[in-house]
Design a protein around this ligand. Structure first.
Ligand code: MN3
Length: 216
């Protein structure tokens, strides 16, 4: 069975006014759709990889044949990253974090405002395309990291608790070149319940981050 584009869990206009309908349509159907299509085209060349989930491929990129390794890294990464991204946003989201993720933010960064500032600064400074993440380390601690292109933290042995997409395709139609404005507004659509689910999975040692991608 081929890799599949998961449906958007809400309408294309559901995150208005923070993220506009046209951006969501192009981003999900166009960009994410293309990552899935390109990943399938690459994996078709190596039928022994057909049973592997996109996460399994990313977790050990050195095991992926060299002729498709860069394609799997970029398009498998794009598939896994965006599958996370749609879930950790929701209409009428935002507000202060709650639950265990609020506790770890307070413990690690002092308070939510300081965490947001550090996260937004890291995302603003990521040169070119990429992502800013709250990632979990094997020690159980969390840290803010950035990755270029579509690299996912699992390729570094880190758990992607949540991340924001700072590719221009994520914000340019509405925010133009004002990436910091997008980063600041994005918190209005964050889904803290889903982020707590992910944080709990990290704390309980789960190694699958996007369960819907695990069974093919
Ligand atoms: Mn994107």
């Amino acid at each position: 069975m081929a890799h599949e584009l998961p449906p958007l869990p809400y309408g294309y206009d559901a995150l208005e006014p923070t993220i506009d309908k046209q951006t969501m349509t192009l981003h999900h159907d166009g960009h994410h759709g293309a990552y899935v299509k390109n990943l399938n085209a690459a994996v078709e060349k190596h039928p022994d990889l057909a049973s592997k989930s996109a996460e399994e491929l990313l977790r050990n990129l050195n095991a992926v044949p060299e002729d498709i390794r860069a394609t799997v890294r970029n398009n498998g990464g794009g598939h896994v990253n965006h599958t996370m991204f749609w879930k950790i946003m929701k209409p009428k989201g935002g507000g202060d974090p709650n639950g265990p993720v609020a506790d770890v933010i307070k413990k690690t960064f002092g308070n939510f405002k300081d965490f947001q500032t550090k996260f937004n600064d890291a995302g603003a400074k990521q040169f070119g395309s990429g992502w800013v993440w709250l990632a979990g380390k094997s020690s159980g601690e969390v840290q803010i990291i950035t990755t270029p292109n579509q690299d996912n933290p699992i390729s570094q042995g880190l758990f992607p608790i949540f991340g924001n997409d700072v590719w221009e395709h994520a914000y340019y139609l509405k925010y133009n070149n004002r990436r910091p404005e997008y980063l600041a507004a994005w918190w209005n659509v964050v889904n803290w319940d889903e982020i707590n689910n992910r944080f709990n999975a990290f704390k309980s040692g789960k190694t699958v981050h996007e369960p819907e991608l695990a069974h093919r």
